[in-house]
Design a protein around this ligand. Sequence first.
Ligand SMILES: Nc1ncnc2c1ncn2[C@@H]1O[C@H](COP(=O)(O)OP(=O)(O)OP(=O)(O)O)[C@@H](O)[C@H]1O
Ligand SMILES: [Mg+2]
Length: 259
Amino acid sequence: MGHALEAIDISKSYASSGGDVTIIKKLRFHADRNEFVSFVGPSGCGKSTLFNIITGLLAPDEGSIIVENQETTGQTSSKIGYVLQKDLLFPWRTVRDNVILGLEIRGVSKRDARERAKAMLHIYRMDGYEDKFPSQLSGGMRQRVALMRTMITDPQIILMDESYKALDYPLKIALESELLDVVRKEKKTVIFITHDIEEAVTLSDRVYVMKARPGEIINEIKIDLETDSPFIPERRMSPRFNDYYEMIWRNIGISPVLV
Ligand SMILES: Nc1ncnc2c1ncn2[C@@H]1O[C@H](COP(=O)(O)OP(=O)(O)OP(=O)(O)O)[C@@H](O)[C@H]1O
Ligand SMILES: [Mg+2]
């Protein structure tokens, strides 16, 4: 069997006053079933653009997207769930009705959908919030509703664009540990965007490092923390953590301005 997802030589430019600007150039990567793959790279290097192309929201100028051996370039796929960088909730829908949106579209009965939403709200520690509206929630809570809305449809491939950024640390650790546990048990594929090198190392099986202008992959790092634990603090304390952290940090080439 081929890869769960494959991107082959994806390029994308935008027209600007000074001519075309190449955002992504000949980008090629893959992610397998039961694999957690992250992208790190500077702001503006084209990470969200890449996700929009993978999900078919945006057509590439060149290249193809293959989902489980089928070309889906420029099309949406029901196998892919996407948690957008901005939590785009419907302000006129309650928390519950935002969470069950994807189930409604799939024709699941209202009763079943509500039951599943209740279980989800419990996992994400938002019991009692089902009848609230997005405007009544904190940023972190809205992000959790966006996460639940994707996870409830049980996609095979999950795309997350800085999904845990707005959460406080203990909740982030809890939800990330939970995510790792679930995706391993269910052998899902996760493709994850983050600015946080620590997050990339603790979560991933592989990390792609990108550079900007044009956005290209400059390195691919295979991570093995030598632990099977999905619990983030345990993974963080792996003796190998620092080596990976340093490798990625050097790849990104952050210059220490303050020292
Ligand atoms: N519709 C558009 N028209 C023109 N330029 C665009 C458009 N959308 C994105 N861009 C440009 O493409 C580049 C890549 O944007 P993108 O949002 O993919 O970056 P990113 O890596 O996700 O950044 P961040 O880490 O800040 O989220 C940016 O320079 C952005 O200004
Ligand atoms: Mg982005």
